[in-house]
Design a protein around this ligand. Structure first.
Ligand code: HEC
Length: 217
């Protein structure tokens, strides 16, 4: 019985090891390859350094603890439209101005994804579309209550300065049009480069590229 698992220790080792490798391939490697292939079919969003930096800051300021980037679909109302599955937006989410629920491909090139789980603030998937003015975002980040009176969002004043930037650095700053509600003494305020990048990222959340690629609204 040269190949008996009870007496041949090579078989005893190789058989489970072989089964283990096959399972690793089937459960991990193969699905990952499928995902990768599916992702590569999805066009990469246009690259923009400022947006990429803003995205990084969005992660490091932990905005994701209060904001999601996912519009839920109402699976009960899903229908088939010429072979394309259409899932209408859950009523509670429809107020974010989306006609379609978020789809997996929207996250394809994002690492990490900021889907979030908490909606203490509104969903931000299409904030650049709803709020396309950079100045509004500066006011809001400096003092959320200046534009949204009952806001719970913490102010991010460290992203601003009242001292006029000088030298070459000034090109990375953005002057804020001071409104009365901000309570800035001296009446002058500049958004620091980090605020400029963060707001650029927020404005980029408008799905334009997905729409041009016919991937969703
Ligand atoms: C403690 C929870 C909390 C955190 C942290 C937080 N937010 Fe908010 N955010 C809110 C709430 C609540 C609102 C809704 C009221 C308002 O407009 O301020 C809001 C609103 C917003 C809006 C307006 C969205 C809209 O469609 O009306 C934007 C944009 C926004 N937040 C961006 C950010 C960014 C960027 C960060 C990280 C720097 C952040 N938030 C961190 C709670 C939070």
């Amino acid at each position: 019985m040269a190949f008996s698992i009870h007496t041949n220790h090579r078989v005893l080792f190789l058989l489970p090891a072989g089964i283990y490798l096959v399972l690793v391939y089937l459960c991990a490697v193969w699905p990952a390859m499928q995902e990768q292939a599916a992702m590569e079919k999805i066009p990469q969003p246009p690259e923009n350094e400022l947006v990429a930096r803003g995205r990084e800051l969005y992660g490091s300021f932990n905005c994701v603890t209060c904001h999601t980037q996912q519009i839920r679909g109402d699976e009960r109302k899903a229908s088939d439209n010429d072979g394309v599955r259409v899932v209408p937006v859950l009523e509670a989410d429809a107020r974010f101005g989306r006609e379609l629920a978020t789809r997996a491909e929207e996250y394809a090139w994002q690492a990490p994804v900021f889907m979030g789980t908490q909606r203490i603030g509104p969903d931000l998937s299409s904030t650049g579309r709803r709020l396309p003015e950079a100045q509004w975002h500066y006011w809001h980040l400096y003092d959320p209550q200046s534009v949204s009176p009952d806001s719970l969002m913490p102010p991010h004043r460290f992203l601003f300065t009242t001292e006029a930037p000088t030298g070459d650095a000034q090109y990375d700053y953005e002057e804020v049009q001071v409104i009365a509600g901000l309570g800035v003494s001296g009446g002058k305020l500049w958004a620091k480069p980090d605020a400029v990048a963060l707001v650029e990222y927020l404005l980029s959340l408008n799905r334009e590229y997905l729409e041009t690629e016919g991937l969703g609204k």
